[in-house]
Unconditional design. Structure first.
Length: 135
């Protein structure tokens, strides 16, 4: 869910969009879990949230809590909290878009969680994926 700047006419429209997005996310989460898949949900962070301590959008926070979804807040991870201001600048191109370094950092965070779940030993990837990954 990304709540952009001034893209909504009213606060009610903004909240309605958040509610619809989280409702769809909850449906997707339930569907994937019903099929036996592990589904991890991450709430990313933007540069002002890290540099200025800005909070998560209150509608997003409120409705995620109400949804009961298990969500990992990227901003609360040690790898993120330990970044210096210069390092924060290096992981973002702008307000919210990640640089190559930012994608690597987010990937390490998610990869750590996947390793803890030990999913790589319980599934096999098609040979074409394995071949491309080893290039």
């Amino acid at each position: 869910i990304y709540i952009g700047h001034n893209q909504f006419i009213t606060e009610q429209e903004k909240e309605k969009t958040v509610v619809r997005s989280i409702s769809n996310l909850k449906i997707l989460d339930a569907f994937l879990k019903s099929k036996g898949y592990t589904h991890l949900i991450y709430l990313s962070v933007n540069r002002p949230q890290l540099l200025e301590g800005a909070n998560i959008d209150p509608y997003v926070e409120t409705h995620l809590i109400k949804s009961g979804l298990d969500v990992c807040l990227i901003k609360d991870r040690d790898e993120i909290r330990s970044l210096t201001n210069d390092q924060i600048e290096d992981v973002f191109y702008d307000f919210s878009h990640l640089t190559k370094e930012g994608h690597h950092l987010w990937g390490r965070i998610i990869g750590t969680d996947l390793k803890k779940l030990n999913l790589f030993n319980s599934i096999s990837a098609p040979d074409s994926i394995i071949s491309k990954a080893s290039l």
